[in-house]
Each structure stands twice: as structure tokens, then as C-alpha cells.
Write a protein that binds this ligand. Sequence first.
Ligand SMILES: Nc1ncnc2c1ncn2[C@@H]1O[C@H](COP(=O)(O)OP(=O)(O)OP(=O)(O)O)[C@@H](O)[C@H]1O
Ligand SMILES: [Mg+2]
Length: 455
Amino acid sequence: MLKRQGLGVLFARYRAADGEEVDAWLTATDLRSHTLLVGSTGSGKSSLLETLARYHFRRHQGLALLDLHGDLFQRVAGWAMASGVPRLTLLDFTRPSELPAWNPLVRMPGVDTGRQVNLLISVLKRLFAGERAVASWSWGVAVEELMRFGLTACIESQVPVAFAELREFFLVPAFRRQVLATVSAATHAFFAAWGPREDMYLKGVMNRLDPLLGSESVRAFLGAKTSTVDPFRVVQRGETLLVNLARGNLGPAADVLGRLLMNALQLAALGREAVPREQRVPFSLLLDEAHALATPASGLEDLLVAGRKFRVYVTLAAQSLSLFPRGFRPHLLGNTQRQFFFRLPYEEAREVAPDITEPLGNVPREQLRPYDPVDDPLLAGPEEMAARAKELANLPVGACYWAIRGRPFKGRRIQLHPAKKPPFTLAEYRKTQAKAARYDGPRADELAIPSDATS
Ligand SMILES: Nc1ncnc2c1ncn2[C@@H]1O[C@H](COP(=O)(O)OP(=O)(O)OP(=O)(O)O)[C@@H](O)[C@H]1O
Ligand SMILES: [Mg+2]
């Protein structure tokens, strides 16, 4: 019997070396570690994320889930509503009219302005990545300086500026003057020297910002001066934030919004330095398709290194390790304490197999020809490792190697139970709500009928 039995949720089956089938359980400590899920498409990663999210709900641990596809969001949101998760925020970018608002140009608590500006710059910079336009128009020192001072001014000013108003700030001198009236001397001095050179760089900036600010969801989410959702509060209080960034609907804006949110959540996590240890509520960041968010300047490495100290735990799911920037991979493997390896591309399977599998001496040797005598019925150590790599590259759906770092054994092959369907998905829930509103609510004319109208 495994020690874990009865402590958490049953999520998989494990076949012991002697052939006995044993139940595998997720326990509370699994929610207090960084986790890595890798595997080819359709191997079962998102389903495991769903199981993990449900377990968070059950244990009342806050989380932020970022989904770039949408189906995981739909199911997890369904579960969250069915489980009555308190303090739940849904950011569904496929439904701009229902989005709450966030203004990243409002001073973030406990973060200095320079750092906040860096966060925004690192995200905006990517809008210019890969650009092969005229050098002076692409992202360069001058453009960055202009953006940096612009953002600083909007944050410092006592006049609240919405992110979507950056356009007005740069292009409408009267509005800019109003904002600049209450900024620091250094910021003011920069804009006092505004001239034709700046005007030229500005064209390059607006070329890139305009399509972003023109997207309906971006305007809805970043268009207001006051925030109705605050990623900082979500982390500090351990709330639940589910984000649907379905790329199909959003296009490149999905990446920018995703990174913006992720960076804010990260800053909030690292901001826990200032929060006394016992007040740091456990919080998890669940990132499906994490490679799209773990870009070189994302700072996710810092979170993997320091997160545990702040009781913020990251779970990353991706189709292969090679999708991550090279320098990031050692962090992925070295700083995640729970690892699930699903079916992998063969090359990658060969690379990781020695790390997660070990020769157990129980793999039968296959006969090449039916009547050849087999003197040695089992594979020898090195042969078995080669066979394990092949096995890893051919795992069926829902099967994976589960490695818990710091244990004497390497990984265990388990078969995950399929994720249960939520009683209703978010879309279904909305449909019933809409129906109820249409048929059950009193109509305005019904209310207006005076009680003596029939007499
Ligand atoms: N443990 C399981 N047992 C049986 N079927 C499963 C299991 N896990 C997932 N599936 C099924 O496999 C399909 C793919 O699962 P899932 O979406 O979780 O894969 P994925 O690894 O996230 O793929 P992608 O990388 O394309 O997002 C789904 O239809 C799901 O129902
Ligand atoms: Mg998936």
C-alpha cells in the first residue's frame, strides 16, 4: 500500500514491479510544489491540469489559470461554479462585453514605478520583435526611452490614464500637458525637450500600438481608468482567477495580454517578500501551453527559483521541452518538484529517459525469430533503458511517468484516470442563465400594470 492512500484525491493507477495494481493519490504536498507536465498533443496534459485545478478548489487553495485554447477554461470554470469557489474571477477574452477592467498604469502596491514600467516595456517590446522595418522605426534605444518616459508619466501623474489612452497621451498635446502637470521633475524634463526627433520615433511606436489598442478585448479590458479586477489582490488574498486567452479570437493580442497578466501575477508573487511569512497564503499559477508565456525575458525563472519561499507554486504544461528557450530548460527540470512525462517525441524521450526511468530488470527480451532459443529472457540494464526511451515515445493517452524529486526512486509509470466531466461547462451554465433571464424574470410591462387595472 502506498503511504499516500486516503490523503488526497485518487487520480491514477500504478502497476508495481510485482504486477500488482496500486491506486495513486494526489496529496496536499503536490499542491505545494512546482510542477511540470510535458507531452505531445492529445497525450492528456490539459486533463491533468483540470484534475489539479479541481483539487485546488477542494482544498480552498487559490490559483490563476491561463488557457490559450479555451476548452480547459470552459471546463475548469464549470467546476469552479459547481464547487461554489468563493472570490472567483473569470476573464473570458472571447466575450469582451463581459470583461472586467484592469488598468496596469495605476501604481502597483509595493512595486516601484521603475519596475512597473519595466514590466510593461518587456511586454510591449515583443510587439516589435522580428520587425525588419527601417531601423529608426523599429524598437531601439530611442523608442524605448520614449515609451519608458510615457509610461512613467502616466503612472506618476495624479490624472488617471487608462492603458488604452496611451495613444491620446502621445498624440494629443493638450491631454499630455494635463497628465504632465503632476509628474516628477525628471519625467517633466524629458517631455519639455520633445521635438521633431521624438515625433519621428512616435510614428514607429504607434504603428505597433494601434493594432493592439484597436482590438475589442484589449479596449474592454485595458480601456478603463479604474480596475475592477486586480491581479495583485488575487495573489495576495489567494483568490481564483481563470483566464481564457483563446488565440483564435484574439490573434497576437492574446500573447500580449497573457504576458501582461502573467508578469503582474509574478510581480505580485515576488512582492510577497514584504508580507510576513505566516500571512503568505498558498497560491498556484497554472499555465497551459506554458512555452508561449515562458519567453526569455518573462522572468518565470525567478518565480521557479523564489516562488516556494513566497508560497507561490507554478505548474507548466507544454508539448515538448524544446519549445522553451534553451536557458530555461535547466530551470524546468531542476526547479520543478513534480514532473509528469507523457508521450514525448523520440529524441526528447531519449534525452530524459535516463533521468526518470531506471532499469527494473523486468522487461522481457523480444525474440527476433520465433524458434530462436532465448538464453537470457530479460533485457540487461542498458538495453532496458533504450527500451524505456522507446516506451516513453509511445505512451498511450493518459499514461505518463511521474517523478517526485528528492525520492530514492526515479519515475513511476502511471495511468491517469480520465478527468470527470463537470456537471456543466461555463457555456452551458450561461445558456441556462440566459434562458432563466428570458422566461422567468418579470417583464417590465407586467410590473407597470396597476393593481386596479382589471376592475
Ligand atoms: N487519462 C485519460 N484517459 C483517457 N482519455 C484521456 C485521458 N486524459 C485525456 N484523455 C483524452 O485525450 C484527449 C486529449 O486530452 P488533453 O486535451 O488533456 O491532451 P493535451 O495533452 O492537453 O493535448 P494538447 O497538447 O493538444 O492540448 C481528450 O479527448 C481527453 O478526453
Ligand atoms: Mg492541452
